[in-house]
Write a protein that binds this ligand. Structure first.
Ligand SMILES: O=C(O)C(=O)C[C@H](O)C(=O)CO
Ligand SMILES: [Zn+2]
Length: 278
């Protein structure tokens, strides 16, 4: 298990950032490495992002040595989405089988986690978001069929998409973590349209199911001072509470969104008119 730290930045900081500095502050390009569990600890609401790609051998993680607690989840909850082939996550001896686009909620207090691929030749790809938790909720598998589906957007405006909520008060309760997956419909390229702000919740994105030659142009920043991050398959990024978020892909893609903060129902979203963006 490896853990590096990402510090994020404030709106005034990014005014002077060049491309490399912006990417260093917000983008994570190396989360999914074959045969490894990789973690990034962010100073943005203390959200930890993780990726685990088990190959021939199971991967075990959960120690707290990098974060100063006995176990990684001693004071945290976690969501684990399978973005790859079928696999199993075992939490303190209880096995949960995850097909593609199933999500496992792991409650506070879990100690030893193991990730395994069903088939050592076609791997599971587990993507993780973990945030501090002040309450205990039971571990729970949420299958794609059990998620809450919202159809959003309009094909004529190239932004039709299916948003599935997994870790959400209406589906599977948590302390503060929210997690879901959005799939763009064929021919649609724009996610999160119209863009918005939610000052009380930060967000993390992980873009996946992109072809190797494709990219998503992810837009961020204050509405009147936007910047872009050009992201590839498997890249994750931090969207601070002060930042708009939206993106357009050069080909088909999907993404996992995770959030922490107040207002879990997230009915406090402030849309920003595209015409007001600069
Ligand atoms: O395409 C969308 O719209 C989304 O997926 C919404 C984002 O996840 C979001 O920003 C939720 O706050
Ligand atoms: Zn949002």
């Amino acid at each position: 298990m490896t853990m590096r730290v990402l510090y994020g930045a404030a709106p005034a900081d990014i005014k002077s950032y060049d491309t490399a500095k912006l990417r260093e502050a917000f983008l994570i390009e190396d989360l999914f490495q074959q045969g490894q569990a990789t973690f990034v600890y962010t100073h943005v609401d203390r959200l930890i992002l993780g990726g685990a790609v088990p190959t021939s051998a199971p991967l075990t993680f959960g120690s707290g040595e990098d974060i100063g607690t006995p176990y990684l989840l001693s004071a945290r909850e976690m969501g684990i989405a399978n973005l790859g082939q079928a696999g199993t996550i075992t939490v303190d001896g209880t096995a949960f089988h995850l097909e593609n686009r199933d999500v496992l909620y792991v409650g506070r207090g879990a100690q030893v986690l193991t990730a395994e691929s069903d088939d050592s030749a076609s791997h599971a790809r587990f993507y993780m978001n973990s945030v501090p938790a002040g309450a205990d909720h039971p571990h729970r598998l949420i299958t794609r069929a059990e998620s809450k589906l919202l159809e959003l957007g309009n094909a004529k405006r190239s932004n039709h998409r299916k948003l599935r909520m997994y870790i959400h008060p209406q589906v599977a309760p948590s302390c503060l973590l929210l997690m879901g997956i959005t799939d763009l419909s064929e021919g649609s390229v724009w996610n999160t349209m119209p863009p918005h702000l939610h000052e009380r919740r930060m967000e993390a994105y992980c873009y996946f199911d992109l072809a190797p030659e494709d990219r998503v142009i992810h837009l961020m920043g204050r509405p009147d001072e936007t910047r872009n991050l050009i992201v590839a398959n498997g890249d994750a990024l931090i969207s601070p509470a002060w930042s708009i978020h939206m993106g357009a892909g050069t080909g088909p893609y999907a993404f996992v969104w995770g959030m922490t903060g107040e207002n879990q129902e997230y009915n406090d979203v402030a849309p920003v008119a595209v015409a007001d963006l600069k």
